[in-house]
Design a protein around this ligand. Sequence first.
Ligand SMILES: [Mg+2]
Length: 201
Amino acid sequence: MRIAIDIDSTIHHYWDVLSEISLRRFGVELPYEEQLTWGITRLRPEQLRICMQESHSDEMILHGRPYPHVVETVRGWHEAGHFVHVTSHRAPDRAQPTERWLQQIGLPFDDLHCSFDKVTRCCELGIDLLIDDSPLNLTSAIERGIAVATILHPWNEELCEVEGIAAGRDWTELASLLAPLIEDGRPVAQPGAPRLGAGAG
Ligand SMILES: [Mg+2]
């Protein structure tokens, strides 16, 4: 299987990094729990651009702390022979520090791509599964017939429910949700199907 994996809010908890910069630079907090949509409206576009640029400085990239179990999970997939494409919504010149960081945390990959158009690259590479938190990327990948999954965040929860997207609260849950697909090629979720755990109470 050919697997693409996003970085920010997928491999590491990016939100706190962005919120800390926003608070320090502009005095604007970005509460995680209140980020229910993809748009960040508390900052003006120029402020957001500055915050995102700082969040992707060499220093910030190299200080990223991966989510628990992500490295072990991806390493297991890679050792089992699956192709791992790491893809990030970062400027192309951010690829070098990003590669250093991936090596530093020990996350194996076959291909790394930093650009603002991930799904096109996924299509070029014949990706079967994209793991990404962005509702825009999830929707675009579904439209192109790519299976999708995500770490659950306030901004993608509604889409995951509506589309029946495999969504884990952490990498342990995500890995077990994806096991049937990655190990046996069986689908993990169908559009419209309830998410695992939904409707239990
Ligand atoms: Mg992301």
